[in-house]
Design a protein around this ligand. Structure first.
Ligand SMILES: [Zn+2]
Length: 409
């Protein structure tokens, strides 16, 4: 359903409800001007908070809902990778496709209008998972933008994977992924990723530093290559739980390095809090959101996994992911709460290279309508999504629940 006007929406901290008129290119008017004239299709926000549509900067659809198909394993990264790899070639593609559809539906119900999807490129399945997800991206393109990353989950050193990665990029994936910590020679892995990205003029999105061991950090190696290739603003790193384990001075220097080189950071709390933090007592296992913002680093908070050995509690809800980050990083002050909201909306949109969106004049009409009145309360209450709008189209509307009293005689 195409929406012409949204009425009685709260779009800013401390603001009274207002109207927005939506046109073919986005938000055409806000306030009195938006109320003039007739509208064919109106969404009544009833005084609730209307925020920019959520953007998931990092999600795995081809591993969604595998919890019951994988053997029970320790809450540990290598064990999780092995548990999925052990069943990878036994899961019919139809099941992967159905699970991915269920995950996409869940994202949309949680206010998500765009997502960057890491597509597993693996010897056991070749490019099958990629073909499934290219088809899904086309199938869902009217409701959500899915940007696909070629992701070598088990490294590039295994036979044939470099060729599969090259084919994946040649067949139209838009981002080169990497996972240097699974290979024996992480520097060689990074060199291959940067070379492939250069060949396709593509951005890079790395799984990086997913460890409590600061000695294993590859941040300097990545920064060196970002500088050498002039890729500032085009490289994103996810997890980076080593940041949480660093002493304050080392952490500060690392964050400054990210800010200087223009490397974006993605926190994945449902996984980072589950799989990391098993090291020294006091290890927090979630990169320092509030300090990264202060250092000028672009930060997003994303889902990563939905109910599998990497994140049994993954639920596709970015508001809850940001809420959890707020608790873990003690980010309760108003400025940081606003930062948390940006970290699931405008910041990941910038990482994906999407145009500006949200309830501002001229921006793309992508919104989430939340069941809360004050925008400033979003991160405290983590309210449910009432409606999702993408490109002016209603992609989700929560049905009003009917409560019936059963009276027995
Ligand atoms: Zn991931």
């Amino acid at each position: 359903v195409l929406i012409d006007r949204i009425e009685r929406a709260r779009i800013a901290v401390g603001a009274e409800p207002t109207s927005l008129r939506l046109g073919p290119t986005g938000v055409a008017a806000i306030g009195g001007e938006a109320e003039a004239g007739t509208a064919a299709s109106v969404l009544d926000a009833a005084g609730r908070a209307l925020v920019p549509g959520f953007v998931d900067a990092h999600v795995h659809l081809d591993k969604a809902f595998l919890l019951e198909r994988t053997a029970a394993c320790a809450p540990q990264l290598t064990a999780a990778i092995e548990a999925v790899a052990a069943v990878r070639d036994q899961i019919p593609l139809d099941v992967v496709r159905d699970n991915a559809r269920r995950a996409i539906e869940l994202l949309i119900q949680n206010g998500v209008t765009a997502a960057r999807v890491h597509v597993e490129i693996d010897g056991a399945v070749g490019l099958d998972l990629m073909h499934v997800q290219l088809a899904l991206a086309a199938e869902w393109r009217d409701r959500i933008s899915l940007q696909l990353v070629a992701f070598p989950q088990r490294g590039l050193e295994r036979p044939g994977i470099l060729q599969l990665m090259a084919s994946a990029m040649a067949e139209g994936l838009s981002v080169v992924g990497g996972c240097p910590y699974v290979d024996r020679d992480p520097a060689w892995h990074l060199d291959r990723v940067f070379a492939l990205a250069e060949r396709h003029a593509a951005p890079i999105d790395l799984h990086l530093d997913f460890s409590d061991d600061i000695g294993s950090s590859l941040l300097a190696l990545v920064a060196e290559r970002v500088r050498a290739h002039g890729l500032g603003g085009r490289v994103t790193i996810g997890h980076v739980t080593t940041l949480a384990a660093m002493r304050p001075d080392a952490q500060c220097a690392a964050l400054e390095l990210l800010a200087e080189t223009g490397i974006s950071l993605v926190l994945l709390p449902a996984t980072d809090l589950f799989l990391a933090g098993h090291g020294e007592p006091g290890t927090r296992s979630l990169a320092p959101f509030e300090r990264a913002l202060a250092a000028g680093v672009r930060v997003a908070i994303a889902n990563n996994n939905i109910q599998n050995p990497f994140a049994p509690f993954g639920n596709g809800n970015l508001v809850q992911a940001a809420w959890l980050t707020g608790i873990m990083r003690r980010a309760a002050e108003l400025r940081l709460r606003a930062g948390l909201l940006e970290a699931i909306s405008r910041e990941p949109a910038a990482i994906l290279g999407l145009p500006e969106h949200g309830p501002t004049l001229g921006a793309q009409a992508d919104f989430a309508l939340l069941d809360v009145e004050r925008v400033e309360d979003v991160m405290l209450l983590a309210p449910p999504v009432l409606a999702t709008v993408r490109g002016g189209c209603l992609t989700y509307l929560r049905e009003a629940l009917q409560l019936r009293a059963a009276v027995s005689s």
